[in-house]
Design a protein around this ligand. Structure first.
Ligand SMILES: NC(=O)c1ccc[n+]([C@@H]2O[C@H](COP(=O)([O-])OP(=O)(O)OC[C@H]3O[C@@H](n4cnc5c(N)ncnc54)[C@H](O)[C@@H]3O)[C@@H](O)[C@H]2O)c1
Length: 272
């Protein structure tokens, strides 16, 4: 029986970084820490999880900019494209020890390299998807993962009608083969898209096959050994967060209307 464990920071260990680049030059706006003696691996491990998620967003935005031929980007451009404020962007990038130059901005290629190293994306992470139903089909057929370093290399299900059937060009294997196939193909990330009651046993098989990271779509809490990282994806939670923001905005607008009505009534009070 494996032990319950707490969620750790999702940041991956990084390779040692190269000597500071020109864009690391200190500025008043963007102070340098590349000379502060902090090991980049220690820095990466101390990055808050929310910042790790934003780094992934910056990487997607920067990659698109690079594809369009951009070589430098200002913090304002990057923060606008990523949908965060520029102070938060600079704080996030400070975790990398990567800083722009005032008046020039960030070197896109250098920044992409920094983020990729910090996120552990300098090598491919082979992915297995378990549960090839509605969600599993969509994931297996999605062509966007390999280009971002996550080739889908194995598919598993329990349904005899699915075994051997190619989905996204890859034949579905039986879950009994998870440990052997994952070990043989060097799978490091397992995506669980099974019904909830099956998720734990599927997870145990993935762990037995040497899988170190689990992305769990099933609405259950998984028990994993200490060395295994688990991320849970729950679209309902995201929708609830959106609902919260919509409700908060509606409250604000309602308050504003009351204030406006007061103004119309002639008291002239404007409350921020
Ligand atoms: N997190 C989210 O935002 C989100 C969104 C949609 C679905 N889900 C969850 O994802 C999971 C899959 O949803 P779906 O709509 O694709 O379901 P689905 O019923 O279409 O597919 C489930 C698949 O799992 C297979 N399966 C069943 N038992 C298995 C086992 N022991 N081992 C391996 N495969 C097994 C089934 O044969 C089927 O192919 C569910 O747990 C659902 O709640 C999560």
């Amino acid at each position: 029986m494996v032990a319950q464990r707490g969620r750790r920071n999702g940041a991956k260990r990084t390779r040692s970084e190269a000597a500071p680049d020109a864009d690391n030059a200190p500025t008043a706006e963007m102070p340098a820490v590349t000379e502060n003696g902090t090991d980049p691996e220690i820095r990466a491990r101390s990055i808050p999880e929310a910042a790790v998620a934003r780094l992934a967003v910056y990487l997607r935005v920067l990659s698109a900019m690079a594809d369009q031929g951009a070589t430098t980007v200002s913090s304002e451009e990057l923060s606008t494209a990523a949908g965060v404020n520029s102070a938060k962007l600079r704080k996030d990038l400070s975790y990398l020890g990567s800083y722009g130059t005032r008046g020039v901005g960030y070197d896109v290629a250098v920044l992409v390299g920094h983020i990729e190293r910090t996120l552990g994306l300098t090598r491919q992470h082979r992915v297995a998807v378990v549960g090839i139903g509605n969600l599993g089909h969509a994931l297996a057929n999605y062509g966007g993962f390999p280009g971002r370093g996550f080739p889908v290399e194995a598919l598993f299900d329990i349904d005899p009608d699915l075994i051997g059937v190619p989905v996204g060009g890859l034949p579905v294997s039986h879950i009994d083969d998870i440990p052997v196939v994952c070990a043989e193909r060097g799978i490091s990330i397992g995506v669980i898209a099974t019904p909830p009651p099956a998720a734990q046993s599927v997870c145990d098989r993935l762990v037995a096959g040497g899988v170190q990271c689990i992305l769990n779509f099933a609405p259950v809490v998984l028990q994993v050994p200490e060395h295994v990282e688990v991320r849970k994806v729950d679209l309902a939670v995201e929708l609830q967060i959106l609902s919260f923001h919509v409700a908060r905005r509606a409250d604000g607008e309602a308050n504003g209307r009351v204030i406006d009505e007061g103004s119309v009534a002639g008291n002239g009070v404007v409350v921020p």
